[in-house]
Design a binder for this molecule. Structure first.
Ligand SMILES: [Zn+2]
Ligand SMILES: [Zn+2]
Length: 254
């Protein structure tokens, strides 16, 4: 089993959206689940042999409530530094209101209700910029991948060959995909910014949603990016061939 070999990453079970522990030392958490899951995370840490009070850093991929909800609870029990990209930090801290999901229909209504119910601002200690390297956790590199949210980042650990994809990519039962458009602020930008992952070399990839890829993950991601580029080319060709047709209006944003 590859997990736990060179640089152990422990996906913490029992929480919504991927929460990952880099045991360190010092122990670092990537994302922290939904509100109300602080207890589940603390228990999972304990099972992994890490005391919550020893957590050194919580690195957030983006502000969404399924990735930042455990912050307050973890803050109560640790002195961990909370780090997030500067573009998402105001929403995490509550100085800017959260963007509502653009999802339409009943699903959209539910998602907006959930946001109101579960959104719980919490302080960010360190503002991250693109390409910055976080020395904790063996040098975690910030890879800005805006679009899903303005300040969405992936985290890349070159020495260990690990990528934390956040919600830039999801793994749907073995098939890679971009996050559903209705949950992304700017789906076109979200697709385009995935190209930032192309030059990276990593064996393992951990997602906010979906099972991790534990071997040759970069090849899988590159194949997926090639497929996306192919789709875009085909769409451009189709548009060029039907230039006289009326443009399809883009979906109305609420
Ligand atoms: Zn998200
Ligand atoms: Zn998510």
């Amino acid at each position: 089993m590859v997990i736990g070999a060179a640089a152990p990453v422990l996906p913490l079970p029992g929480v919504r959206a991927g929460v990952f522990l880099l045991p360190g030392p010092p122990p670092v958490l990537v994302d922290c689940g939904m509100r109300g899951q602080g207890g589940a995370i603390r228990r999972a840490l304990q099972n992994a042999g890490v005391a919550t009070q020893d957590l050194a850093l919580i690195a957030l991929t983006h502000w969404h409530i399924d990735h930042t909800g455990g912050l307050r609870a973890l803050r109560r029990h640790s002195r961990a530094i909370v780090a997030a990209h500067a573009a998402d930090a105001p929403i995490i801290q509550g100085t800017t209101p959260p963007n509502k999901p653009r999802l339409t229909g009943e699903g959209g209504k539910f998602a907006r209700w959930l946001l109101i119910k579960l959104y719980q601002p919490s302080k960010v200690d360190r503002l991250l910029a693109d390409d910055e390297i976080i020395p904790e956790a063996g040098g975690l590199k910030v890879v800005a991948t805006p679009g899903h949210t303005a300040g969405h980042v992936c985290y890349y650990q070159p020495a260990a060959g690990i990528l934390f994809a956040g919600d830039a990519l999801v793994n749907r039962h073995g098939e890679l995909a971009v996050s559903p458009e209705g949950f992304s602020d700017d789906p076109v930008q979200a697709r385009a910014s995935l190209e930032a992952l192309r030059p990276l070399r990593f064996d393992q990839c951990y997602f906010g949603h979906g099972e991790p890829l534990l071997a040759h993950a970069d090849q899988r991601v590159q194949d997926f990016l090639d497929r996306l580029a192919e789709e875009d080319r085909a769409e451009d060709d189709a548009a060029a061939g039907h230039g006289d047709e009326e443009a399809v209006p883009t979906e109305a944003v609420e």
